[in-house]
Design a protein around this ligand. Sequence first.
Ligand SMILES: [Zn+2]
Ligand SMILES: [Zn+2]
Length: 256
Amino acid sequence: MLFPDECRVCDQPLTNFSRVPVCRACLAKPEPLAADYYCVQCRAPFLSRFPLDDQGRCALCRRGVRGFDAAYSFGFYEGELRKLIHLFKYGRIQTLSAPLGRLLARALPREQTFDVIVPMPLHWRKRWQRGFNQAELLAGEIGRRTHTPVRKALRRVRNTAPQAGLTSAKRRENVSGAFHALRQTKLRPSLDNLRVLLIDDVMTTGATAASCARALKRGGARRVTLLTLARADRRLMFDPLLNDSNFSGRSEDAQS
Ligand SMILES: [Zn+2]
Ligand SMILES: [Zn+2]
């Protein structure tokens, strides 16, 4: 396959031959998110102590609407990281799964181990349009690195309405019941008592991931940890419920 001579992120001429049409400098630019505070329950990062209660829990955990047990992300959905994710998904440059997989692996604490890795499913129509599911490619990268089996254990039963412009509460409603754990078969043993690592590219409010996590738990999973490349909204680092009434969200969740 031939790629253009310019880096698809910064337009500088590419000097090394590579299957990835992005220069080394741009691949090295995404910065891991740095936070001073983390929710003790879901590990969501915060820029101040303010959104956390006496026990150190965020508002979503306090209200019991998280669904997943922990969440790790590499960085913010901005700058080079955002461009790389766009090239990967919408530019359909599947070879970016390797460098993006490296970033994803850095976000996962070393001591964490899992029984199975599950990619966030796409609705079949979207998968067919794109030709691949970006979450599956990323899950494969993490599976290889951690020697953990990857299993497509979830099905998206509804193609949900776009999340853009919905409040956080409406987003949760929109995606609730959108996923089912697939029935157990010989090739697909049950999730009973397993520690699941759920992988997606971008987390916006976490509503979609929460809906998946609940489906996995209905399917028997003991623990669900979410791992994403990027968190979409910096404002959520101050207070996840801040935007409940006036969230003019972007459409990343919707475009998944
Ligand atoms: Zn570049
Ligand atoms: Zn939390």
